[in-house]
Write a protein that binds this ligand. Sequence first.
Ligand SMILES: C[S@@+](CC[C@H](N)C(=O)[O-])C[C@H]1O[C@@H](n2cnc3c(N)ncnc32)[C@H](O)[C@@H]1O
Length: 315
Amino acid sequence: MSFNKVKELIEEGDVIILYLGPSNMHSIEVTSKIKNKNDIEIDNVFQTIYGALKIETLIGQKYGSKVELSKGWGYVLQPTPELWTITLPHRTQIIYTPDISLIIHLMDIKPGSKIIETGTGSGSLSHSLIRAIRPYGHLYTFDFHEQRVNIVRSEFKSHGLEEFVTVSYRDSCVNGFGDEVTGKIDSIFLDLPHPWLAIQHAKKAMKISGGKLCSFSPCIEQVQRTCKTLSEEGFVELQTYECLQRELNVVYRNLPLLDLECLKYQRAQEDSNQEKQRQETNLLTVTHNHSVPGHTGFITIATLPPKRMSKFENL
Ligand SMILES: C[S@@+](CC[C@H](N)C(=O)[O-])C[C@H]1O[C@@H](n2cnc3c(N)ncnc32)[C@H](O)[C@@H]1O
């Protein structure tokens, strides 16, 4: 239940994030006892590169506190959608936080929004969507893979999020989104191999006052087909983005101390005898990583303009 409100103490049934380093985190369900192969109840012990953690010892500890492992220590954090995205069990490709933040901004999602997402996949995006629409909004999420639907539904339940989300097992390209949502939805997100097949259904689900449709596709050919169908269906303001993350390393560097009355500095450079006299300083600065995290996908956003009132139709 640790996703739906800020908590001070860890309780049985919570999901915690065990932080061992910036690139070494684990999400763990706090269950003191588990059953072994012989169906006998035993202590739940989580193994890490710094040794074992007996899960029962977490109960009653403060979120954010340091915990002892048999060969080191770690920190126990309360989960956020961002931490869940980097620690969740992958059942599919997932959408990561830099793309998610752009998606939520472009779709104009806010507390109270009623939104659709298809396919649900591993529920990475869903957790951020739910946080953005709470406490009055609702997420309707669809997937045509039954096992994924069942797993994500039980995750939402154990994370205390079930009142904000309805998970449906459905092929949204063939069967659309159902009567329950027709004309009620503010914005729709598509993460499908053939998003253009869901656009007519999406239009039916959207409120007549207009709204946003956003589609995530790895390939530009998918984007082309999606944009063609969006235009044919009357969507406007089509834009496609690619969100590339560029990391900076903070380092100390020895750099020549520039004389900002730069003529003096230039003269000093020209005169090799004076080169030795040039002063150096140790500055805190940044360098760019040699490798940039690669392409994830293209994010296409489009607006469905409000329907004109019939009395204005012939003006
Ligand atoms: C890449 S995954 C989505 C990942 C998700 N956005 C996340 O962040 O975890 C794509 C999902 O779409 C589902 N899917 C593909 N075609 C579908 C369709 N026609 N209707 C419903 N779900 C579909 C797949 O089963 C898969 O789970």
